[in-house]
Design a binder for this molecule. Structure first.
Ligand code: NDP
Length: 273
């Protein structure tokens, strides 16, 4: 049986084994998918041991994505752009290929919700790893403009200048933001602390789409706030989680699993449905 797993710390509550087990059943692929939680300084060794013992591929999550980027033999173009690796595949010729499927997962989920990206004006909140991973796939959809706002403004400026060659992207301070935007994506970890990015309520209107990369059993603080300001279309990051996993599964197995039913089962598992 081919072996896969997810490396992270902490990783006990990861839904990746649940998702990939359903994908494998659906596509009739013989594989098992587990969890590994190496110590902060033990990732490189754990990774090497896993592949030496016959592992075929893995996912990598917080806090190891940047280390994985440095450890693989070869990088996909999207991983190179993202500066981080969330998917590793051992190729037939023994090469460890590092990829990043987070941005593709976000774009796939937005499209699954009927959000039009092409020609739209997008506001991206945050300039951390998740924002970096999403910029190239979002710009590939040819929005009219993509504005990045971040608490530490210099980081937003740095990102905008790095991705300049891919499309109309610029950075702006929270207080200087001018609407209207068609879509706001919250890639900050503010919701994790029960906090809100400092966004003016006037930027929310009834036709805007709101996406929070965070997910959980209840609405995130950002989604709750946006609903209170009148937003009708709000989405959390659960769909992104399933879509990035489907993309990783496709990289490993060369076969794309369906995501709708798996997302439904995941919601049931989390007690949301
Ligand atoms: P990072 O730590 O790399 O970046 C965090 C970002 O959030 C920074 O831009 C930081 O700003 C900003 N931030 C943190 N706290 C606040 C606050 N209180 N107010 C305003 N801004 C704040 O994290 P990641 O980019 O890796 O992850 C961000 C989020 O995305 C997490 O919630 C994570 O769970 C989610 N995620 C979801 C995925 C999915 O599949 N659904 C996949 C990947 C990530 P500053 O630069 O000023 O510190």
């Amino acid at each position: 049986m081919d072996r896969y797993l997810v490396f992270g710390h902490p990783v006990r509550h990861s839904k990746s084994p649940f998702i990939h087990t359903l994908f494998a059943r659906q596509t009739q692929q013989a594989l098992e998918y587990g969890l590994a939680e190496p110590a902060a300084d033990g990732f490189a060794e754990a990774l090497q041991t896993f592949f030496a013992e016959g592992g075929k591929g893995c996912n990598v999550t917080v806090p190891f994505k940047e280390q994985a980027f440095a450890l693989v033999d070869r990088l996909s173009p999207r991983a190179k752009r993202a500066g981080a690796v969330n998917t590793i595949k051992l190729t037939d010729d023994g090469v460890l290929l590092g990829d990043n499927t987070d941005g593709a997962g976000l774009v796939a989920d937005l499209k699954a919700h009927g959000v039009t990206l092409t020609g739209g004006r997008i506001l991206l909140l945050g300039a951390g790893g998740a924002a970096r991973g999403c910029l190239a796939p979002l710009l590939a959809e040819r929005p009219s403009e993509l504005v990045i706002a971040n608490r530490t403004q210099a980081k937003a400026g740095q990102l905008a200048s790095e991705f300049q060659d891919l499309g109309p992207v610029r950075a702006q301070g929270y207080e200087a933001l001018q609407g209207p935007f068609d879509l706001i994506i919250n890639s900050t970890s503010a919701s994790l602390q029960g906090d809100l990015p400092p966004l003016a309520p006037t930027l929310i209107h009834v036709d805007i789409a709101i996406y929070d990369m965070m997910y959980g059993a209840a609405d995130t603080p950002f989604i709750l706030w946006a609903k209170q300001q009148g937003a009708r279309q709000t989405m959390d990051g659960l769909g992104m989680l399933v879509e990035q996993a489907a993309e990783a599964f496709t990289v490993w197995r060369g076969i794309r699993p369906g995501t709708k039913q798996v997302l439904r089962e995941l919601k049931r598992n989390l007690g949301i449905l």
